[in-house]
Design a protein around this ligand. Structure first.
Ligand SMILES: [Zn+2]
Length: 467
């Protein structure tokens, strides 16, 4: 049985999808106004662990992650750099895809972009106006929270804090200002706008997710994830919009991951403890170790990122890799030891039970390392044979379908054609033909090859997501 903590009920509940064997999953994607920081990446890795575990347990998962490419932040960023919104968001959208590839985050089935779905949003906003849940004011459209009695159920907001009738213009705000929120924002000087049936303007952030989730997953779906900071107002507003418009329950299970702090403190650019993946790669951090660190703390616990913890993650990973090396290279004698079969079976059960219990990763990892410890003792006593070695190896590799922290087999060799491409790019760079160099870099990235320019020259890495 699989159980998850559902933010909506505030309880751990058995997981029962709407259609047996299938899971429809929506995870709030990046707002592409900056590089993802490790707090964002923690959320994406938690969602990836969830998805990989469901796939491991035989579910067919349909995963949608939106790209917010129009909202307050993206518009502000584009204006500050004096570039078109599209040009501005493309840079960070590309960077997002590079980052998730480096961290072995498996790809979603759909990455809908907000700017491609304006008509879908307008349809809902129009419907909400017609049904009396929304009203127009000065060219903008607001959701009237007093018309939706369940408002506040997800975030457990104190009803006394609701301030219907007062209006909130910006996309993000505190619980203390639980006001009517903007579905559609009137056309403004210096902002992109669309001519639509609800007037000229642009969407608020929250309506984007209501429109895109229902389009790809249906009006009611199984799991919606995000960080705890999404609970209010973003997810609360998504529920209000979707349930008011469709007249149905929006989502059955809400899973939220907690914050990440750095060295015990809130991450902030001004404190100098703010890290993106790029910052860490520049310090030669191994992406697998970072992934291991970010997934090894339970998603509902605060994660304290430190470089010491990162080293710990590296050495844990090394233990797994050393064990695999031993299994691959030691000349085991023919034969079989029943204790190993039992150990493998027992570990498999614990791994599945651990993750099935609201993704209790500590239990799953403990079982894995305990298996390695016990098997190492048996190996040193000469009690492990060829068939046992194979069983141990395939068990580790099957766990890695969920964890995705081990290097792929193809890591070490690249076809000569691809090597030639890397050389061509080097030459283009030496010739200062940066456009060509960048083009080749992107071509390689499409094939799962990430290039890193270091002071000792270019390094490459195969980072295909292990599906
Ligand atoms: Zn969202």
């Amino acid at each position: 049985m699989i159980r998850f903590f559902n933010t909506l009920s505030g309880k751990v509940e058995p997981f029962n999808p709407i259609v047996k064997g299938e899971v429809k999953l929506y995870t709030c994607g990046p707002t592409v106004y900056d590089f993802a920081h490790i707090g964002n990446l923690r959320a994406y890795i938690f969602e990836d662990l969830l998805k990989r575990f469901l796939v491991f347990r035989g579910f067919k998962v349909t995963h949608v992650m939106n790209i917010t490419d129009v909202d307050d932040k993206t518009i502000k960023g584009a204006n500050a750099e004096k570039v078109k919104l599209q040009e501005f968001t493309k840079k960070y959208t590309d960077a997002f895809f590079e980052d998730i590839q480096k961290l072995y985050i498996s790809k979603a089935d759909y990455y809908p972009r907000a700017t491609d779905h304006i008509p879908d949003m307008v349809k809902i906003i129009k419907g909400l106006l017609e049904k009396g849940y929304a009203y127009k004011k000065d060219g903008s459209v607001y959701f009237n929270i007093s018309k939706f009695p369940n408002y506040g159920r997800l975030s457990k907001i104190d009803l006394k804090e609701l301030r219907p009738g007062k209006r909130m213009e910006s996309d993000e705000y505190e619980k203390e200002s639980a006001n009517d929120f903007a579905l559609w924002k009137d056309k403004k000087e210096g902002e992109p706008f669309w001519e639509t049936e609800v007037g000229p303007g642009r969407p608020g952030w929250h309506i984007e997710c209501s429109a895109m989730s229902s389009k790809y997953l249906g009006q009611t779906f199984d799991i919606h994830c995000g960080g705890v900071d999404n609970i209010f107002p973003h997810h609360e507003n998504e529920i209000a919009q979707s349930e008011a418009f469709f007249g149905k329950k929006f989502v059955n299970y809400w899973l939220h991951c907690r914050h990440l702090i750095v060295d015990g403190e809130k991450m902030s650019k001004s404190k100098g403890n703010f890290y993106t993946l790029r910052d860490l790669l520049a310090r030669n951090v191994d992406p697998s170790a970072l992934r291991f660190l970010l997934l090894s703390t339970h998603y509902r616990k605060m994660l304290n990122f430190t470089f010491e913890a990162l080293e710990g993650a590296s050495s844990s990973l090394k233990r797994i890799n050393d064990f695999l090396y031993e299994l691959k290279n030691r000349p085991f004698e023919e034969g079989e030891n029943k204790d190993i079969s039992r150990l493998v079976e027992d570990t498999n059960k614990k791994f599945i039970a651990g993750l099935g219990d609201d993704l209790n990763i500590s239990v799953a990892l403990r079982a894995l390392f305990e298996m390695i410890r016990k098997a190492n003792i048996l190996i040193s006593q000469g009690k492990v044979y060829r068939k046992d070695g194979e069983k141990l190896m395939s068990s580790i590799l099957s766990f890695d379908n969920v964890l995705a922290v081990l290097p792929g087999e193809e890591e070490e060799t690249l076809s000569s054609k691809l090597m030639k491409k890397i050389e061509d790019r080097e030459k283009a760079r030496t010739d200062k033909n940066y456009e060509l160099a960048d083009q080749i870099r992107k071509e390689l990235l499409k094939q799962g090859i990430v290039l890193e320019d270091t002071k000792d020259g270019v390094r490459w890495k195969v980072v295909k997501s292990k599906e």
